[in-house]
Design a protein around this ligand. Structure first.
Ligand code: UD1
Length: 344
């Protein structure tokens, strides 16, 4: 018998699709809602090829509350939500702040509003290490200070966390788990699903793999004059499948009454900081493919260094990132090769 029914918003997106796979493999019954603004329907085929199960799919926008009502009316018995549906490009958010506030906040508020009405017990929310800004100390714990957001995107994550806390405290009867992701990278080992960047990638790994395959001429390394050992920025690159698995554990915990608090917060990272230059070297070592790259100036708004202390997730959730960076880089490369086979 299938386990609980879970609504995954943004379920055809990058992290969403990997999470749907892990949920299905753990026996959950999944309904996806996605407006396909940054993904496409083929992702459903990829999911089905991996798990043998085609998830229920509703093409709609979560900012449309009547579409959400219709979904809950037609898919009775949803016990939990994992909310990935959000706009996530930092640069674009500076140019179009209202779009970001509207999409990200209205989506969350619509879901929260309907949860008690439809008996949905809990929501897992995708937050980000961006809430820590430039940390005073690394690694960061969940109690590290929250800094003033440097972009509307980052601000939507901070505000969303506050909205969730206020709504849970208001006596709504719901629970939440807030997951603060570090830098998710890589793809499913089957190469059936992965990150599908729209246009010129803004994030490091998609730009790197597109350069390695010849779509881009060279990768720009944004700055090597930071006060880090090799001068390039340091991040905590976490394998997307490891990240996806954390959602399964979080949902399970929330819905089986194991949460210690009605809102729990977890950092999802490896605990290891890797520089941009080290990441490029790891890719070249793991795949044997060279990545033409050049040092250029710093990118405005970049954080110098941030990596996670994941002990709370390790000890309380019982989850740990296990993939090696070499395996992760090989998975990113296999996905890029798969995209080439598809002519993308
Ligand atoms: C940013 C956000 C993060 C968000 C993520 C999603 C901040 C501080 N971080 O992560 O919250 O979830 O985007 O899009 O707002 N780099 C290059 N060359 C490139 C691309 C990137 O050198 O072509 C470098 C960047 O300078 C950075 C590192 O690679 O040091 C990682 O960049 P990126 O992949 O864009 O992620 P973040 O900026 O860390």
């Amino acid at each position: 018998m299938a386990k609980d029914k879970i609504l995954v918003t943004g379920g055809t997106g990058y992290i969403g699709s990997h999470t749907v796979v892990e949920l299905q493999q753990a026996g959950y019954d999944v309904v996806i809602i996605d407006n396909l603004s940054n993904s496409n329907r083929d992702v459903l085929d990829g999911i089905e090829r991996i798990t043998g199960i085609r998830p229920d799919f509703v093409e709609a926008d979560c900012t449309d509350i009547s579409a959400l009502r219709k979904l809950f009316d037609e898919h009775k018995g949803i016990r939990g939500i994992i909310n990935f549906a959000a706009s996530k490009a930092v640069g674009e958010s500076i140019e179009k702040p209202l779009l970001y506030y509207r999409n990200n906040l209205n989506t969350l508020m619509n879901l929260l509003e309907l949860m008690p009405e439809y008996g949905v017990e809990g929501i897992v929310f995708s937050s980000s290490c961006t809430v820590y800004g430039e940390p005073d100390e690394n690694p960061v714990t969940e109690n590290s200070p929250i800094k003033v957001a440097t972009s509307p995107y980052g601000n939507t994550k901070q505000i969303s966390e506050e909205i969730i806390r206020d709504f849970v405290r208001s006596g709504s009867g719901i629970k939440s788990v807030i997951l603060r992701y570090f830098n998710p990278v890589g793809a499913h080992p089957s190469a059936e699903i992965g990150e599908l960047p729209n246009g010129v990638p803004q994030n490091l790994v998609p730009y790197l793999t597109q350069t390695a395959i010849g779509i881009r001429k060279e990768l720009s390394v944004f700055g090597d004059d930071y006060s880090t050992p090799d001068g390039s920025c340091i991040r905590d690159f976490i394998n997307v499948v490891d990240l996806a698995k954390a959602h399964v554990v979080a949902v399970e915990r929330m819905l089986t009454g194991k949460s210690q608090e009605d809102v729990e917060v977890f950092n999802l990272g490896t605990g290891v900081g890797l520089s941009v230059k080290e990441l490029i070297a790891a890719f070249e070592r793991a795949t044997g493919v060279k990545v033409p790259h050049r040092i250029v100036g710093r990118r405005a708004g970049d954080i110098e260094k941030v990596w996670a202390n994941p002990e709370r997730a390790n000890n309380v959730l019982g989850w740990k990132a296990t993939a090696t960076i070499d395996d992760t880089m090989r998975s990113a490369w296999a996905w890029q090769l798969h995209l080439r086979d598809l002519g993308k």
